[in-house]
Design a binder for this molecule. Structure first.
Ligand code: AR6
Length: 182
């Protein structure tokens, strides 16, 4: 379900409520852990939908640092690629959590630019098991993605794929705040 769509520069930014594993975009972003070998939440759902070849490719990547991102193929997913990024575990905000979450979106968008991807969908990284406050995370997600658009000129469509309507409302408010007047 689409909650909001806004054009920013040459790109269309959308907030939707959906299961990210169902989206036919160039890349879906996975909220992974440093092992890159799967887990619960959106990570578990992506690995289940992609099939066992995904974890086999992930094994060859030898993990990923918090705030960094790595790209694989999408295997049985509709999405051609998966960008695996590792969000920070929320610890009260004093351990650089904001900067690390900014880095997840930056590094993911850098990979989109490098691989000339045209569409990408993000889940609300770190806001589940890792307990990052949802409103603060939505602001970082939308602001950082918009800031990165010039460095990923191939990207014509960015989807903020939320799992709940309250989450989508937070992203919609952030998109209105950061996309300027219509
Ligand atoms: N589609 C879209 N969003 C989803 C889906 C889905 N299918 N499933 C969950 N979400 P989480 P984190 C939302 O916990 O906080 C894993 O075990 C969910 O509602 O998946 O970054 C990893 O292996 C929430 O808003 O990721 C790590 O160990 C958001 O996705 C750890 O969890 C992120 O929730 C990462 O924790």
């Amino acid at each position: 379900m689409t909650m909001l769509r806004r054009r920013v520069g040459g790109a269309e930014l959308e907030v939707i409520v959906a299961d990210i594993t169902t989206l036919g975009v160039d890349a879906i972003v996975n909220a992974a852990n440093t092992s890159l070998l799967g887990g619960g939440g959106v990570d578990g759902a992506i690995h289940r939908a992609a099939g066992p070849d995904l974890v086999a490719e992930c094994r060859m990547l030898h993990g990923c640092k918090t705030g960094d991102a790595k790209i694989t193929r999408g295997y049985r997913l509709k999405a051609a690629h998966v960008i695996h990024t590792v969000g920070p575990i929320w610890n009260g905000g004093t351990l650089g959590e904001d900067d690390l979450l900014v880095s997840c979106y930056r590094r993911s968008m850098e990979l989109c630019g490098k691989h000339r991807l045209t569409s990408v969908a993000f889940p609300a990284i770190s806001t589940g098991v890792y307990r990052f406050p949802a409103e603060r995370a939505a602001d970082i997600a939308v602001r950082t993605t918009i800031e990165m658009l010039p460095q990923a000129p191939s990207v014509a469509r960015v989807v903020f794929c939320c799992f709940s309507e309250p989450g989508a409302s937070l992203h919609s408010e952030a998109l209105v705040r950061h996309s300027g007047p219509c």
